[in-house]
Design a protein around this ligand. Structure first.
Ligand code: AMP
Ligand code: FE
Ligand code: FE
Ligand code: ZN
Length: 286
């Protein structure tokens, strides 16, 4: 865990944030306002499997003079393991990618319904408590956690995950994920760049191996998120060495989810020189 608080304003971009368009708790405009308040020069909105927050984020960022980079975090899997893939600057009209994402989102909806059926045998929550009025967002376990918190069972999302929603729990179900290599290929075909998210997150049983990074680099992966608040620091050096050897860019980001996680906006960032390289030639650079 890296929770060292830097008292100076962040110098780089926060390239990984979530809004109410997926499992964050703040609107894209509220992220922009928070970014302005801490003096962040720019940020990327990377909601899970959707770009529906882009327009609001872009408008708010323009109004506040903050630099906006459009992104998304795609639900993928490699060799049976969950891998989150950040995609930047994709063309919003890319047919193959968005057809695949529509499948991911509808599978998420079915999976969440079944998980709620299971959870509701032991906890008094209903499907309406989970989706509410906002059914356009990408649904996930955090929304079930929020319903359990609202019903008074747990103090926060973290407790609901620990007690009810963790993988291996009788209430848990996996969900359809795109093969990571296919997602990388589709992101590139959509004029974007792909970055592997949080490869050393504590929540995983073990970190992504350097060999896997090499395999994904061969598929066209552009970068790897080496700085992340949930990383186990002793897992990072082998990945940093592999990234350097493979010519992958290194990014840093907070994975901000509003009140849904302790991660603070701007607590990890990516230098503007790296952002400039990332942006160069993207289908949708802003
Ligand atoms: P899902 O994609 O529906 O399986 O849910 C995974 C999401 O849950 C991740 O994107 C995280 O944002 C969130 N998450 C996982 N574990 C926790 C936790 N302990 N506390 C809060 N959010 C969590
Ligand atoms: Fe999330
Ligand atoms: Fe993630
Ligand atoms: Zn994320």
């Amino acid at each position: 865990m890296n929770r060292m608080v830097d008292t100076s304003a962040p110098r780089g971009f926060d390239l990984h944030t979530h809004s109410v368009h997926s499992d964050g708790t703040t609107s894209p405009s509220e992220i922009v306002a928070a970014a302005a308040a801490i003096g962040l020069p720019g940020f990327a909105l990377t909601d899970h499997d959707t770009i529906s927050g882009w327009d609001e984020a872009r408008d708010a960022a323009t109004a506040r003079g903050i630099d906006f980079l459009p992104g998304m975090e795609i639900t993928t899997e490699h060799d049976g393991r969950s891998r989150h893939l950040l995609a930047y600057g994709i063309d919003p009209a890319a047919g193959e990618l968005f057809a695949a994402l529509a499948l991911v989102r509808s599978a998420r909806l079915e999976r969440a319904r079944e998980m709620v059926r299971r959870v509701s045998r032991d906890y008094r929550i209903s499907w309406d408590d989970v989706v509410g009025a906002e059914d356009a967002r990408t649904v996930g376990r955090p929304h079930i956690a929020d319903a359990l918190v609202a019903a008074g069972y747990f103090a926060d999302r973290g407790m609901a995950f620990e007690r009810v929603l963790f993988p291996g729990s009788p209430y848990y179900l996996g969900t359809y994920a795109i093969a990571t290599r296919d997602a990388i290929r589709m992101v590139r075909a959509a004029g974007g760049r792909a970055v592997l998210a949080h490869p050393a997150a504590l929540r995983q049983r073990r970190p992504v191996r350097p060999e896997e990074l090499a395999a994904l680099a061969a598929e066209g992966l552009w970068g790897v998120e080496l700085e992340h608040p949930e990383h186990r620091e002793d897992w990072v050096p082998p990945l940093r060495e592999a990234a350097e050897r493979l010519g992958l860019a290194a990014t840093g980001a907070s994975d901000f989810h509003g009140a849904g996680k302790p991660n603070e906006l701007g607590e990890c960032t990516t230098p503007e020189s790296v952002v400039a390289r990332l942006r160069d030639g993207l289908a949708t650079p802003r």
